[in-house]
Design a protein around this ligand. Structure first.
Ligand code: PGA
Length: 253
């Protein structure tokens, strides 16, 4: 059975103190997870090291929201994978649509980030997903396939098995407009099919594919019940403990 993951993405929200109390609420309310389930919280950079020390529950793992595509060097203000590794950050979100759109990250740069993460044994949560115009022209399958191709297809099978994928249709992120569970399933099955062609069925069937885009307590169970949906990457609703805990409780067993 594939790993079922509820991943929170706080983005650029919460002061340190607010973050501390949100994590405390999550720890207190966290249901007993099966060995198949994981909860990941992607924190703002300045809090990673300190908040990691405050998490006592083994059920919650932290993630970075980004990393730089170079290994090290003169990149003022940036954070490298080597730095993340040095404070034992186990996950890193790569290629979130906000990074692609506002910071012009390219598929080729994302391939470099993926390589750095894998070399450091950090699990990348690789985001893909189409903008509204692409969906309206019904070109979403080709669009997402190109994103996977250009950032992941250089990997061998063993490396590919270490990736988590998050499908996040851009038109559903932060808009309150969720993809229907059928739309999510359709794209997740497409992604798995693309992975199967490239890496074979053992790899394709073992990779967790999360859905992201306006997931909340009230729609998580319906979306997660789809056969190819292995959990969610959650923005807005992850900022409220009660909401995120409902999402965790909706993971498949
Ligand atoms: P949202 O964000 O849940 O607020 O739509 C999802 C994401 O950007 O990962």
């Amino acid at each position: 059975m594939r790993k079922q993951i509820a991943a929170a993405n706080w983005k650029m929200n919460k002061t340190f103190r607010e973050g501390q109390s949100l994590l405390r609420e999550l720890e207190t309310g966290m249901p007993q997870l099966t060995s198949n389930q994981s909860v990941v919280v992607a924190l703002p950079f300045p809090y990673l090291g300190m908040l990691k020390l405050e998490i006592h529950s083994k059920s919650i793992q932290i993630a970075a929201q980004n990393c730089h595509h170079a290994r090290e060097g003169a990149f003022t203000g940036e954070v490298s994978v080597v730095m993340l590794k040095s404070i034992d950050v186990p996950y890193c979100i790569i290629g979130h649509s906000e990074r692609r759109e506002y910071f012009h990250e390219t598929n080729a740069q994302l391939a470099d980030k993926i390589n750095h993460c894998l070399a450091a044994d950090i699990t990348p949560i690789f985001c893909c997903g189409e903008p509204l115009a692409v969906r309206e022209a019904n070109n979403q399958n080709t669009f997402v396939e190109a994103q996977l191709n250009e950032s992941l297809f250089h990997l061998d099978e063993a490396a590919m098995q270490k990736i988590v994928i998050a499908y996040e249709p851009i038109w559903a992120i932060g808009t309150g407009k969720t993809a229907s569970s059928d739309q999510a399933q359709e794209m997740h099955a497409h992604i798995r099919g693309v992975l199967q062609k490239q890496f074979g069925s053992t790899v394709a069937s073992s990779i967790s594919i999360l859905y992201g885009g306006s997931v909340k307590g009230s729609n998580a169970a319906e979306i997660f019940s789809q056969p190819d949906v292995d959990g969610g990457l959650v923005g807005g609703a992850s900022l409220i403990a009660e909401e995120f805990l409902k999402i965790v409780a909706a993971l498949k067993q």
